[in-house]
Design a protein around this ligand. Structure first.
Ligand SMILES: [Zn+2]
Length: 124
């Protein structure tokens, strides 16, 4: 137990208090507020990537709506569908990717690997 109570900030998205500087929650909330690590990884970053992808897609084909799914394999045989939050845990959470960089890498490359797993991102 620490003796001093650390300074905390209230996350604008989940209302939990967190230590440290937090993240810019835009475009989900005004950038004058801050959000926690969990909300940033699980909500803000995926939403930014989603918006970016939608914009690109609209430029290419205004009617196209595609749903993408992330999958992981640990033995390169059996693939498991996982939510993007889990993908971020398995990459950034283990320090293999820098914070907020794994999802963009996956979407850009469609397939990436770490020493413990392969990940793919494909249209359903
Ligand atoms: Zn939060």
């Amino acid at each position: 137990m620490s003796k001093e109570k650390p300074k905390t900030t209230k996350c604008i998205l989940c209302n939990n208090h967190f230590e440290g500087v937090g993240h810019n929650p835009a475009p989900l909330e005004d950038s004058k507020f801050r959000c926690c690590d969990g909300c940033n990884s699980a909500r803000v970053v995926p939403y930014r990537v989603y918006k970016l992808r939608e914009q690109r897609k609209q430029n290419a084909n205004p009617d196209a709506i595609a749903i993408y799914q992330c999958s992981v394999t640990f033995d390169n045989e059996e693939w498991f569908k996982i939510p993007l939050e889990r993908f971020i845990e398995l990459t950034e959470g283990r320090g293999y990717y820098k914070k907020d960089s794994a999802l963009e890498a996956l979407i850009g490359a469609k397939r990436i690997r770490t020493p413990w797993a392969y990940f793919k991102y494909e249209k359903l």
